[in-house]
Design a protein around this ligand. Structure first.
Ligand SMILES: CC(C)(COP(=O)(O)OP(=O)(O)OC[C@H]1O[C@@H](n2cnc3c(N)ncnc32)[C@H](O)[C@@H]1OP(=O)(O)O)[C@@H](O)C(=O)NCCC(=O)NCCS
Length: 417
């Protein structure tokens, strides 16, 4: 048997082959710096040697490599695993130590059933799935292509997990999970924290708010797709102030308002493209459809100078040419509307809107529902609470009072007479 991929995952497969009395005839890896694994030489050019197992844990990479190899694939089953005679295991799949596959289960091609995974009766596991160590699929669970079930996750009977979905370690999945999302927790909920990686499965997205910001965000989605940072299918706009069917532009039509959005029967990502912070929050409060989830839409040009210390929540829209330096945290449902520069140790809460050109110096906290006007500046260590409006071109030098508007250089409280 040959192996393609000389990583930690391959080590386990070598052990399984040894325990099954099967010789490893050779190994391959695209990484030319890896020359041997467990004393087995690793070659970097494959010339049709087979049968072969693609010994790569990452589902996407395993699929990509598999598609390049047009040959016979091996199937590897550890002798300590229990596979029902009434179950089927597809070619290229690996069943590790102590895994159990019960009667009527169907396991696809190039799957990994990791150490101690439990696949109960009549489960269907499609191709390129990874069921991590000690994860349990109860009876009649359906796992879509390429999904990754994290270690010790439990999926209750009859649940359907979408294609290329990721289920976090230790989750308890009690409802169906849509295609291509990251979900975790008990009960397992959709999160989609940091969608920098290209999503592998096309996902539907709509925009709530069919005004100017809505069109800007629609263009942003196109640029994310064009840069290979996403695979969104834009389906249209929702807006309570525009008629259903109204054509917004070449981007699409209005599909209805909140009532229609709350009745959507399939998973749908929503970007809230409304510039008024409080209205953003009110809109979110009115969405009660569990099929709706809120990814971050991040322009490909966004620069994070220190990604290790960067944190971001969900539902944020970051338009072109924004940058953050180090130790920056961005909460949920904020809009950075382009050319925003954010310094070190800045914490942005939720529902804030920064118009184009806003600069925030170091060690600033921005609370909730604040609106920072075009080209405004917040100096270092100035904390902003909630519901503050900073006028265009203003420079905020001292802490503002909540619920007030500040204008000028230096910015002063502006009383509307
Ligand atoms: C779900 C998962 C993919 C998310 O990864 P991620 O997007 O990098 O998320 P992060 O690590 O940045 O965590 C983001 C937040 O979610 C929380 N979180 C992450 N995974 C979680 C999980 N499985 N359960 C509960 N909370 C989780 C983190 O604590 C963090 O919370 P905070 O913002 O309050 O600090 C990952 O955590 C996971 O569970 N992977 C499965 C690992 C596994 O089973 N490997 C088996 C290999 S054989």
């Amino acid at each position: 048997m040959y192996l393609y991929g000389a990583s930690g995952h391959a080590r386990v497969i070598i052990d399984i082959l040894n325990a099954s009395g099967i010789t490893v005839d050779g190994m391959f890896d695209d990484d030319c710096s890896i020359n041997s694994l467990m004393s087995i030489p690793v070659k970097h050019e494959w010339n049709g040697e087979s049968p072969i197992v693609v010994s790569i844990g990452n589902n996407v990479t395993r699929k990509q490599i598999t598609e390049k190899l047009n040959c016979e694939f091996g199937t590897v089953v550890h002798p300590s695993s229990i596979v029902s005679p009434n179950a089927t295991i597809g070619e290229g799949s690996v069943v590790m130590q102590g895994a159990i596959v019960q009667s009527g289960a169907t396991i696809g091609r190039h799957c990994i059933l990791n150490t101690g995974a439990s696949i109960d009766h009549e489960c269907t596991v499609e191709d390129f799935v990874h069921v991590s160590p000690q994860a349990t699929l109860c009876g009649n669970v359906h796992v879509g292509e390429g999904a990754w079930i994290g270690a010790a996750a439990v999926v209750i009977p009859g649940v359907k997990i979408g294609k290329w979905a990721v289920i976090g370690a230790g989750s308890v999945v009690v409802n169906d999970i849509p295609d291509g999302v990251v979900a975790f927790g008990n009960p397992c909920r959709i999160k989609n924290f940091y969608d920098f990686e290209p999503c592998h499965y096309p996902k539907k997205i709509a925009i709530y708010g069919a005004g100017g910001l809505g069109r800007e965000v629609a263009g942003g989605i196109q640029r994310i797709n064009a840069a290979g940072k996403g695979n969104w299918t834009f389906v249209g706009f929702y807006d309570d102030n525009k008629q259903k069917g109204f054509n917004i532009s070449h981007y699409g039509n209005v599909m209805g308002g909140m009532e229609e959005l709350n009745a959507v029967a399939e998973p749908l990502a929503i970007a809230i493209a409304v510039g008024d912070p409080k209205t953003r929050k009110l809109i979110l409060d009115r969405i009660n459809n569990p099929n709706i989830y809120f990814p971050n839409l991040i322009a490909p040009s966004f620069k994070v100078l220190d990604s290790l210390s960067f944190k971001i929540g969900q539902g944020n829209i970051i338009q072109d040419k924004c940058s953050v330096t180090c130790d920056v945290e961005i909460g949920d449902f904020n809009v950075l509307n382009g050319s925003n520069v954010i310094g070190h140790d800045v914490k942005i809460g939720n529902f804030n809107v920064m118009m184009p050109g806003v600069h925030i110096s170091g060690a600033v906290n921005v609370g909730e529902c604040n609106l920072l006007g075009v080209d405004s500046v917040v100096l270092q260590k100035v904390n902003i609470g909630s519901n503050v409006t900073l006028g265009a071109g203003s420079v905020l030098m001292t802490k503002p009072k909540d619920d007030h508007t500040y204008i000028g250089v230096p910015a002063r409280k502006f009383d509307f007479k």
